[in-house]
Design a protein around this ligand. Structure first.
Ligand SMILES: Nc1nc2c(ncn2[C@@H]2O[C@H](COP(=O)(O)OP(=O)(O)O)[C@@H](O)[C@H]2O)c(=O)[nH]1
Ligand SMILES: [Mg+2]
Ligand SMILES: [Zn+2]
Length: 314
């Protein structure tokens, strides 16, 4: 049977099969021999249902069409896949607590997945001053580039909920990526129209509260597609993300085309078009600094990976 991993918690992965049933499945023995293979949320799988066995068996994990990858927080030379086969990534921030550094990083990871990317700014109701809202939108627009849609939302007065639902058409899967406390669970509840996710207390969420669940589940939105929250994504360490960085900083990549040296690092090289853009006031110093530090992080990962594979060969 073909199926998809729709829930991950402490138990075995829950798989929904094409005939509409859901049951727990374990990975076939063969996987144990190969290195670190896990089923992740969204994985398309082939399962067997052996007679007299209380679980199904995942025989095969299909190639992942899209995937969200971060550096494994425990093992710095390994990537960790958090979700797969989604069509859209919603990066979620609270309008009132915009964190541009974090936004830049999340955008890189989101673009790197190859899926469509959009931004949701929640808690619109908390910013009452319209001038303040448009100032924040300006800031965000400068980070985002023109292609990425922005949705303002509030679960208090239902702002943006219908628009976001419409952006998740039937048969598609969207994932939410954002810090704990920004309102992801509330948003899912609003999209579904009833309480399907527990909503956390802000103080608990931004403190060391371990009460938020570690489970991930794909939720059906009536009349639309499906959605999954990525809770517990605390550290978003960069895995190699050159494509994501290029997509998140198209302005800088465009200037860099005109640098005199192809391997220009935009630090102090002569004929650097990126630094010229900063001097001309076309590009902010802060944005260039973000670009450079993300780039360095991505390169460091690549280096560590090379070192690790060297060690393996020796
Ligand atoms: N004012 C306001 N508060 C919200 C909104 N959405 C969520 N919250 C609050 O923000 C806190 C965290 O919400 P939750 O959905 O659990 O965030 P999550 O950790 O990202 O899933 C809760 O106290 C919610 O009541 C909103 O649109 N407006
Ligand atoms: Mg939540
Ligand atoms: Zn340069």
């Amino acid at each position: 049977l073909q199926g998809q991993v729709i829930k991950l918690d402490r138990g075995f992965p829950l798989v929904r099969t094409e005939d509409g049933r859901s049951f727990r499945c374990e990975l076939a023995r063969a996987f144990e021999k190969s290195e670190d293979i896990r089923a992740v949320i969204g994985d398309k799988v082939l399962v067997l249902e052996p007679k007299g066995h209380d679980k199904g068996i995942i025989e095969k994990i299909e190639d992942r069409k899209t995937k969200l990858v971060r550096r494994d927080p425990a093992e710095r030379t390994l990537p960790q896949i958090l979700a797969s086969n989604f069509d859209k990534v919603f990066v979620v921030h609270a309008l009132s607590q915009l964190n541009t550094k974090r936004l830049e990083r999340e955008l890189v990871l989101a673009y790197e997945t190859g899926a469509d990317v959009a931004l949701i700014l929640t808690k619109d109701d908390e910013v009452e001053d319209e001038a303040e809202t448009s100032k924040l939108l300006d800031t965000v627009q400068n980070i985002l580039g023109a292609q990425t849609p922005i949705y303002l939302s509030s679960t208090i007065d239902a702002t943006g909920i219908d628009e976001i639902r419409a952006a998740i058409p039937p048969q598609t899967l969207a994932i939410l990526l954002g810090k704990s406390g920004v309102g992801k669970s509330s948003l899912i509840n609003a999209l579904v129209g009833k309480e399907v996710c527990p909503v956390g207390d802000v103080r608990e969420a931004d403190g060391k509260g371990r009460h938020t669940t570690v489970s991930r589940e794909i939720i059906d939105i009536p009349g639309a597609g499906r959605i999954v929250d990525m809770p517990g994504v605390r550290g978003l360490g960069m895995w190699e993300s050159d494509a994501g960085i290029a997509a998140a900083f198209p302005d800088i990549e465009a200037y860099a085309q005109r640098c005199r040296f192809r391997d220009c690092r935009h630090k102090n090289e002569p004929g650097c078009a990126v630094l010229a853009a900063v001097r001309a006031g076309e590009l902010s110093k802060e944005r260039l600094a973000s670009y450079q530090s993300l780039k360095e992080e991505s390169e460091k990962t690549a280096e560590r990976k090379r070192e690790a594979s060297w060690r393996k060969e020796v």
